[in-house]
Design a protein around this ligand. Structure first.
Ligand code: BGC
Ligand code: BGC
Length: 815
């Protein structure tokens, strides 16, 4: 029995392994008559017991622990480690250290400790630390020094003891320790759900009991929004044609301003590379264009409902010149730093809103189960836990920026990371049972829904369940049941790029009546439409079938969802770009956060004979083209859809080489081909993949570093010099590196770090910074081993040829 399932009782409601203590059951409902169930609300006891979430019927079953044996385990440890019953960490200086506990979404629960520690190693008994505050499930512990986070650990506290041995999940399991909890006869039941007033109700803990209906009330702001939505829905001018317009996301520069306005489209968007009308690709140009669209909508359309502009700002506003470019998600996952992710999302939101973009097709929360997938770098890692943590933190940062909030589009729903052979797009099919789908791919959507995610993008791909292949854009089980009902999602689903017609006929952009009806009836609320002709087809398919093949109630539901989100994010009061925010694009503060993200995302895989850290007195020769290539270090979705190599693309930032030279001064020289390494004390060799996006990155041949852009021969050249070689790998995924590992003294996975290459030098030179990143993808030892993932107990999931991985999930060395 795997306790990892414990944190998602939404899925395994009533699945409690401990058997200690009593169970509280009940139903959370809203205050309407008759009451509606509130799904996906968190229910917990303030001091005694566990946390759970309500199911689609609002029901919950909460275990009240009496005295139990608890097992804190370090799932992912950085400089903090759990050893036996102790939390161990070291501090560099005598410093006041604060240890805080956060819940899975990154919300702070408590400060556990705040006192001075002398330099050196420390060990604190866990029972002392956690007695009062720990709830079963995952929580995050962070050590802070002033405003700086020194380290982050995810700790799992189980309500039952697990044997001290390795539990097969791929990370350290530490011996059971006893944390006793006092049984309280009175406690407070806490119910929390986004958009509702938090409720605290006193309960008496006795034996197992049913608390009946627990009524929660919408916040006043939410109730007011619903009234506004209803009043717009009631306008006679809000015809079916105008409603179909709201359900349309039309591509930029395909229609005239007057056409967008007369159709009353709900949204306009662009893909990864769409520079028509913005040839210079500057924030100002984008703002001018998007404001022009909006002003036309607000003056010439019948209903004057603002459109919401959508773009992929997947690692910052990467495709607009001059904006801050952060590491891609695979690197951010390795930081395990939810507070950092929220800050990154907030900067992204500000820079997007500065350009007039208010819908971000991000975050991708795919549990990436196959490194062959060209989008492996877009997910935070292979487990639902890491994607829940990071996804929820991202949504919170993006959407909670105040009046200029940016809507998240959490994607690609659902199971995009599990397609057979990692095939992207409409050709990809996921072949797993519903139980496995719910266990591996749904929890992150439940976690983001609890943060109030505004939109979700159903995947291009399909899922074969009950013997039938269902495209996600046509599947009511996933969109309506799993997402809207089970996760309680009340925002809107927006399709992927012409995904609706492609789901009906491969490669088609033909929005036929039956295809549009199937998709909308299955739960799609808005369609991302590429051409003007397709927009006309889609709208007429809705108008001609409204009240027949497409129920009016479904159309009204879709439109209400769209309007609700536009109100929630204040689009009606802040429809235009924000010039104050524009002046702050790429500020030193934003660059500092990007640089911090690079530092924390690095994973040290090998370090022999103290090859690292570098000393400023070391003569360092830097080798490899990727050391001096901003475009390569940023990867796909930067400037262009597929990314672009080179230093003249308009990305603002610092190369890895420049960072090393800033740190090591004249002792650092560059020899791209490694032609003369005789004067070197150490050689830093930077190699990696060329940028790619989506299916162009799918790789069905091999992922051997030896063959990637000549990396094998370059590393051999370096190694033949006899000097200690430090390899820095720039890649969107783990590659097969066994040959190269044997030829180097140190190896660093740097992922796709983005604009701030200097973050790499910060850690390589040690001193202030150590490595803290740990792997969130199991690192395969061979191509045949893929797919290989941690905690693989899903009999129906694909597995490669087996054997031990090169590096386990959670691996990461430090100095
Ligand atoms: C991708 C999405 C992206 C959209 C718009 C699609 O091809 O799958 O992730 O948001 O294009 O660029
Ligand atoms: C767009 C991408 C889109 C892709 C789909 C590209 O031209 O820029 O955003 O995902 O086409 O094929």
């Amino acid at each position: 029995m795997k306790s990892r399932r414990f944190i998602f009782p939404l899925i395994v409601l009533g699945f409690h392994c401990a058997g200690f203590g009593a169970t509280l059951t009940g139903r959370v409902v809203d205050n309407s008559t008759p009451p509606n169930p509130v799904a996906n609300a968190s229910v917990s006891l303030k001091t005694n017991g566990s946390v759970t979430y309500t199911d689609a019927l609002g029901q919950f079953s909460l275990l009240v622990s009496t005295t139990t044996s608890k097992t804190p385990r370090a799932e992912v440890s950085s400089t903090m480690q759990i050893v036996g019953a102790n939390l161990r960490f070291s501090s560099a200086l005598t410093e006041k250290v604060q240890i805080d506990q956060y819940d899975l979404s990154g919300q702070k629960l408590a400060t556990l400790l705040n006192k001075p520690f002398s330099a050196g190693s420390h060990s604190i008994a866990l029972p002392v630390l956690m007695n009062k505050n720990a709830l079963p499930g995952l929580c995050i512990l962070k050590i802070h020094k002033g405003s700086e986070t020194l380290s982050t650990s995810i700790i799992k506290i189980d309500s039952h003891a697990i044997p001290a041995s390795n539990d097969g999940l791929g990370y350290d399991a530490n011996g059971p320790i006893s944390l006793s909890k006092t049984t309280a006869s009175a406690d407070n039941l806490l119910v929390y759900r986004f958009q509702f007033t938090p409720l605290s109700q006193s309960v008496t803990i006795g034996t197992t009991q049913n608390l009946g209906d627990i009524v929660v009330t919408r916040t006043a702001a939410e109730a007011a929004i619903e009234r506004k939505v209803d009043s717009i829905m009631a306008l006679p001018a809000f015809t079916i044609a105008m409603k179909a317009g709201q359900m349309t996301m039309a591509r930029k520069s395909q229609l005239t301003d007057a056409q967008y306005a007369s159709l009353g489209v709900g949204s306009i968007f662009n893909g990864g590379s769409d520079l028509v009308d913005v040839p210079g690709d500057t924030p100002q140009e984008w703002a001018t264009l998007l404001d022009r669209y909006q002003n036309s909508m607000l003056t010439s359309s019948t209903l004057k409902i603002p459109m919401i502009y959508g773009q992929d700002c997947v690692h910052g506003v990467g495709t607009i010149k001059g904006c801050t470019v952060f590491p891609h998600n695979i690197g951010l996952g390795c930081t395990h730093d939810t507070a950092l992710i929220s800050k990154i999302a907030q900067i992204t939101a500000n820079e997007a809103a500065a350009c007039g973009i208010r819908l971000n097709f991000a975050p991708c929360v795919a549990s990436v189960r196959n490194e062959k997938w060209g989008r492996a770098y877009e997910g935070f890692g292979e487990t639902p836990e890491i994607n829940s943590l990071m996804g929820a933190a991202y949504v919170r940062g993006l959407q909670n920026t105040g009046t200029y909030a940016v809507a998240a589009s959490v994607k690609h729903f659902v199971g995009d990371g599990s397609t057979t052979d990692g095939i992207n797009g409409a050709g990809g099919t996921t072949n797993i049972s519903e139980a496995t789908m719910r266990a591996i791919h749904l929890p992150q959507y439940a976690a983001c829904a609890r943060e109030g995610m505004y939109t979700v993008m159903p995947s291009y791909s399909s899922w074969t369940h009950n013997g039938t292949k269902w495209f996600q854009s046509l599947d009511s089980l996933t969109m309506t049941q799993m997402l809207k009902r089970d996760c309680g999602f009340d925002g809107f689903c927006v399709s992927d790029w012409d995904a609706i017609p492609q789901a009906c006929v491969a490669g088609s952009s033909n929005y036929t009546n039956s295809c549009v009806a199937q998709s909308i009836n299955a739960g799609m609320d808005m369609a991302m439409i590429v051409s003007a002709a397709s927009v006309t087809q889609y709208i007429s398919a809705i108008v001609s079938q409204a009240g027949s093949a497409i129920p009016l109630s479904r159309i009204n539901d879709a439109v209400k969802r769209i309007l609700r989100i536009k109100f929630r994010m204040n689009l009606f009061s802040t429809p235009l770009s924000n010039s104050t925010l524009r002046a702050q694009i790429n500020s030193p503060q934003s660059q500092a956060i990007a640089r911090q993200a690079v530092r924390e995302s690095l994973v040290l895989l090998k370090n022999q004979n103290n090859a690292l850290p570098l000393k400023t007195t070391d003569k360092v020769v830097v080798v490899g083209q990727w050391a001096n290539d901003l475009g390569a270090q940023c990867g796909g979705w930067t400037i262009d859809w597929q990314g672009k190599t080179g230093n003249t693309t308009g990305i603002v930032g610092t190369t890895i080489l420049k960072g090393l030279q800033d740190a090591g001064g004249s002792n650092v020289t560059y020899d791209q081909a490694g032609a003369n390494l005789s004067g070197a004390d150490k050689v830093v060799c930077v190699v990696g993949e060329s940028p790619y996006a989506e299916g162009n990155g799918d790789n069905l041949n091999n992922l051997d570093l030896t063959n990637v852009n000549n990396a094998g021969s370059l590393i051999t050249t370096c190694s033949n010099s006899g000097k200690p070689v430090i390899v820095i790998l720039i890649s969107g995924r783990p590659l097969i590196i066994d040959t190269e590992l044997s030829k180097c003294a140190a190896f660093v996975a740097a992922w796709l770090p983005g604009g701030q290459g200097s973050g790499i030098a910060d850690v390589l030179y040690g001193g202030t910074y150590n490595f803290t990143g740990t792997l969130t993808n199991t690192w395969p030892a061979s191509y045949g081993q893929i797919p290989i993932n941690t905690g693989t107990n899903y009999a129906d999931e694909q597995h490669g040829s087996g054997g031990a991985p090169q590096f386990a999930f959670g691996f990461g060395l430090k100095y």
